[in-house]
Design a protein. Sequence first.
Length: 49
Amino acid sequence: MQASFATTDELIDLLRFILEDISLRFDKWENQYVRGPSLYFVLTGGVQF
């Protein structure tokens, strides 16, 4: 996914919303060990592709 944002605050708000949604849907907090996909973010600024 590639997105452009007018401000850093807009980007942080989006990331916070996504992470909170994932956290609320996760139902294995009580398990000692959990396996599954990981979530990675790469934030770059001023890079031309």
